[in-house]
Design a protein around this ligand. Structure first.
Ligand code: G16
Length: 543
């Protein structure tokens, strides 16, 4: 085995977005593309010599090849040990769990999350730090800077490791341990939730359908829900991770998980439905004929947290991303705790969790999690719901309706305009920003503008600042419109329009969401001049 220095040149555009570097698989497979980025990660780390790295991905196309390359580069860059999931697999939450449990130096997650897989799909890579969470902006900025000056990368010419053979292997002076990707995570879940009560619930005939969308959530859901909790075989569907996710778009929302939504309707519908995404950090919760909005799910979990053993002592605080509805804020106010509002990107929750300021976190983009790890966690949210269902004996819909009756309902929807022209998207945002000073005090149809700004955030723990995190127009009585451009897409730009209206009166909690928001949708279209600037008369996806 020899370590080789391979000359290379900077490749433009290797800038991490909302969550790591995401590009088309074809971009990643260009000579040196992955290697440049990985070397830039390693060059940006201090004190990694002899340390342990955790490595794995969601099993999408190119996962195995990328794992082999990264193992050889880690050995050439002086790491002491790499813990890699069997088959090169790890869900994102499980990597976070294993980094924390083993005291590893950090981890590399190979995933483009909810983006489609396969040879024509997307690939992604993300570095996680020692707390188990995504690297903060100062680290990702340093990595990006390095990609612009790189001249060589280091790699061993050792043969490939047998990723399907659990146990210890060696590359140069580095140990490679192929581990069970599920075990540590399953053990953690067992400590947080009342597995006896959930087992008893299934034993009483409670039925569930968990759609893993042919992604990495399958092995975890099968081991825990069918294995440890005794749900009948077949409860987990699409449970085998496939390189192209079996053609699924593994983004668990009512549009992409239409099959699950269909199964949750009618007399034969199971009591409870759930889905997770490509890397198993997102979740969707469904009752019979009833979808739970992610922002509501966060609020319900927070309001019922003490039913789960891991949260029996209550919550220190709640955190949500800025575009997420303010339903959680109302629960926090009721509990007398703080609700923090952060920019979009799970990495912004890390400091609040580390400092013990927040216990639960959540986002409108089907992400929920807590201080048990430093990533959002799809199966965790599903188990939390199961724990609540077991403890209360009530159906999903009743739990949400009772929540609305107590706290009011935040009608909420996100409209995405995908793959629009990037220049047009930038111009739309510029047009919005130009209006900000004149909007407060204006009446837009039925809505009086209270404040309008481009969200900026000062991290209360380390004082770091993040500017231009989304244009928000806040109206009287708790209605909001937020506009931002996605940081995870790989084609053109995606405009996200987030719409929210608060309704305290429980006799008005039965309106369909799009009808309840129709007035705000019209205002958003006009203020941002969406149809003219994007050339689209309707959003691509409405969730
Ligand atoms: C990532 C981030 C989330 C964010 C989501 C969508 O999730 O961790 O915080 O909400 O992307 O971001 P954007 O609106 O910029 O596309 P994931 O599941 O894709 O890793």
């Amino acid at each position: 085995m020899t370590i080789r220095n391979i000359a290379t040149q900077p490749i433009p555009g290797q800038k991490p977005g909302t969550s790591g570097l995401r590009k088309k698989v074809t971009a990643f497979m260009q000579p040196g593309y992955l290697e440049n980025f990985v070397q830039s990660i390693f060059d940006s780390l201090e004190g990694s010599a002899g340390q342990t790295l955790v490595l794995g991905g969601d099993g999408r196309f190119y996962n195995r090849a990328a794992v082999q390359t990264i193992l050889k580069m880690a050995a050439a860059n002086g790491f002491g040990k790499v813990l890699v999931g069997r088959g090169g697999l790890f869900s994102t939450p499980a990597i976070s769990c294993v980094i924390r449990k083993t005291g590893a130096f950090g981890g590399i997650v190979l995933s483009a999350s909810h983006n489609p897989g396969g040879a024509d799909g997307d690939f992604g890579i993300k570095y996680n730090i020692a707390n188990g969470g995504p690297a903060p902006e100062k680290v990702t900025d340093a990595i990006y800077t390095r990609t612009g000056t790189i001249t060589a990368y280091r790699i061993s010419d050792a043969p490939d490791v047998d990723l399907d053979a659990p146990g210890t292997h060696t590359i140069e002076n580095m140990t490679v341990e192929v581990v069970d990707p599920v075990a540590d995570y399953a053990e953690l879940m067992q400590r947080l939730f009342d597995f006896d009560a959930i087992r008893a619930l299934f034993a009483r005939g409670f039925t569930m359908r968990f759609d893993a969308m042919s992604a990495i959530g399958g092995p975890y859901a099968k081991a825990i829900i069918e294995g440890m909790l005794g749900a009948p075989a077949g409860t987990v569907v699409n449970g085998e991770p496939l390189e192209d996710f079996g053609g699924h778009h593994p983004d668990p929302n009512p549009v992409n998980a239409a099959d699950l939504i269909g199964c949750m309707s009618g007399a034969a519908a199971p009591d409870f439905g759930a889905a997770s995404d490509g890397d198993a950090d997102r979740n969707m919760i469904v009752g019979r004929d009833f979808c739970v909005a992610p922002s509501d799910s966060l609020a319900v979990l927070a309001a019922n947290a003490t039913l789960a053993p891991g949260y029996r002592d209550g919550l220190a605080g709640i955190a949500r991303s800025m575009p997420t509805s303010t339903a959680a804020d109302r629960v926090a106010a009721g509990l007398g705790i703080r609700c923090y509002e952060t920019p979009t990107g799970w990495k912004f929750f890390g400091n609040l969790l580390d400092a013990g300021m927040a216990t639960l976190c959540g986002e409108e983009s089907y992400g929920t999690g807590s201080n048990h790890i430093r990533e959002k966690d799809g199966l965790w949210a599903v188990l939390f719901w199961l724990n609540i269902l077991a403890a209360t004996g009530k159906p999903v819909e009743a739990i949400v309706r009772e929540h609305w009756a107590r706290f009011g309902r935040n009608y909420y929807s996100r409209h995405d305009y995908e793959a629009i022209d990037s220049a047009a998207a930038d111009a739309l945002v510029t047009h919005l920003r130009a209006q900000l000073p004149s909007l407060p005090g204006q009446r837009l149809d039925d809505y009086m503008v209270e404040t309008a700004d481009d969200f900026s955030y000062t991290d209360p723990v380390d004082g770091s600042e993040s500017q231009k995190q989304g244009v928000r127009i806040v109206f009287a009585e708790g209605s909001r419109i937020v506009f931002r451009l996605s940081g995870t897409g790989t084609e053109g730009a995606t405009l996200r329009v987030y719409l929210e209206r608060y309704e305290a009166d429980s006799s008005k909690h039965d309106i369909s969401t799009q009808t309840a928001l129709a007035g705000l949708i019209a205002v958003a279209g006009r203020v941002a001049d969406i149809a003219v600037r994007t050339g689209r008369n309707a959003p691509t996806v409405v969730t």
